[in-house]
Design a binder for this molecule. Structure first.
Ligand SMILES: *Cc1c(COP(=O)(O)O)cnc(C)c1O
Length: 381
């Protein structure tokens, strides 16, 4: 089955009692049992809910995974994966990563005795050099956030295997429409379904997909034990959003390309970062491991100041100044003062994250209107 067919049908079947083609939203906390432990597959809704199961089967289909678990947020999904670690374990993570991941790693897990190193994963040999006999996990983001660097998934998956570590990809930016890390040898894929998968900026959700039975068992235990699970309404909305993922992603990629061409020719722009650009350092790797180059891009200004970036962003009318990404509407954000504010300035700058860097999530509007909106903002600063 091709990807866009899967977004409609993977794991889905008409509901048994009524034939409803869309999964009902099962608002229930518990399920009647005929006798103790004799039931129709569900006991208590922290453990399972049919609407959630429908979403999980869809997610497994999209990532070609044997197992998928839905969580209440992307952060809850990451938290569940990290809880496989034990004090003394070492994790190597991308240096240019989601600010919330950095906060979770350093402020929640480091105090429990887990060590993190944040390095530029574009160099596989640097990752190898950073490995110790305690390294239990490689945490990969690609394309990275917000610099859109590309990391070699296949190479890092095999390095992790060689070192006896788990490899994890946060696939939120690409979504399974563009990149399927499990097929490249990765052990677990994490998603913030809040973003492209749901696609309408109307819920918070997360997921983990894996073919590894040990990870799956751990995740299943955790959903049951700590209960960071999404409610049925959010599962329904996520599933509904997924049905248009392929269409939305096509348009977002197209819009990103048009915006990139506009920005490249603008005299006030210093640098445009988008893996679709032939001179982007990760361009050929992205062409190999992704189906398209995505809807995310960033750019910096010749006048590299926070003030100038703020002035620019307060002058757009169609682009909404907001955190998040992957929705139908185009968003604009300022990593240095928003999503990445929890990363210390010297670490930010070392990774190349400039003060004026502006990140764009291309929505599915008409690209002409989007470029005109950027033009208006440039003319006002
Ligand atoms: C948003 C995001 C997260 C966190 O997800 P939430 O659903 O907001 O908890 C994790 N990773 C990346 C790359 C994200 O963009």
């Amino acid at each position: 089955m091709k990807f866009s067919t899967k977004t409609i049908h993977a794991g889905q079947k008409p509901e048994e009692t009524s034939g409803a083609v869309m999964p009902p939203v099962f608002f229930t906390s518990t399920y009647a049992q005929e006798a103790p432990n004799v039931h129709k597959g569900h006991e208590y809704a922290r453990v399972s809910n049919p609407t959630r199961t429908a979403l999980e089967e869809m997610l497994a289909g999209l990532e070609e995974a044997a197992h998928a678990y839905a969580f209440a947020s992307g952060c809850a999904a990451m938290d569940a994966v990290l809880k496989m670690l034990r004090p003394g374990d070492h994790v190597i993570a991308t240096n240019d990563l989601y600010g919330g991941s950095y906060r979770l790693f350093t402020q929640v897990f480091e105090p429990f005795g887990i060590r993190f190193d944040f390095i530029d994963m574009q160099s596989v040999s640097d990752v190898e050099k950073a490995c110790t006999d305690k390294t239990r996990m490689l945490w990969i983001e690609t394309p990275t956030n917000p610099l859109l660097n590309i990391v070699d998934i296949r190479e890092l998956a095999s390095l992790a295997q060689k070192k006896g570590a788990f490899s994890v990809v946060d696939n939120t930016f690409a979504s399974p429409a563009l990149q399927q890390p499990l097929k490249m040898g990765i052990d677990a894929v994490v998603h913030s379904t809040t973003k492209y998968l749901s696609g309408h900026s109307d819920l918070i959700g997360g997921a983990v997909c894996t073919n590894n039975d040990e990870i799956a068992e751990n995740l299943s235990f955790q959903t049951k034990t700590t209960g960071a699970v999404p409610g049925p309404m959010d599962c329904y909305l996520a599933l509904r959003g997924i049905k248009t993922l392929a269409l939305r992603m096509d348009r977002s990629c197209l819009n990103a390309k048009k915006i990139t061409s506009y920005l490249e020719n603008h005299p006030q722009v210093a640098e445009v970062r988008y893996p679709g650009l032939a001179y982007h350092p990760g361009h050929s790797l992205a062409a190999r491991q992704m189906k398209d180059f995505g809807g995310m891009l960033s750019f910096s200004l010749k006048d590299d100041s926070i003030k100038k970036a703020h002035a620019f962003m307060s002058n757009t009318r169609i682009f909404t100044l907001a955190e998040s990404l992957g929705g139908v509407e185009s968003l604009i954000s300022h990593p240095a003062s928003m999503t990445h504010a929890s990363i210390p300035k010297e670490i930010r700058e070392k990774a190349g994250l400039k003060d004026s860097l502006i990140r764009i999530s291309s929505g599915i509007e008409d690209a002409d209107d989007l470029c005109e909106d950027l033009d208006r903002a440039f003319n006002r600063i």
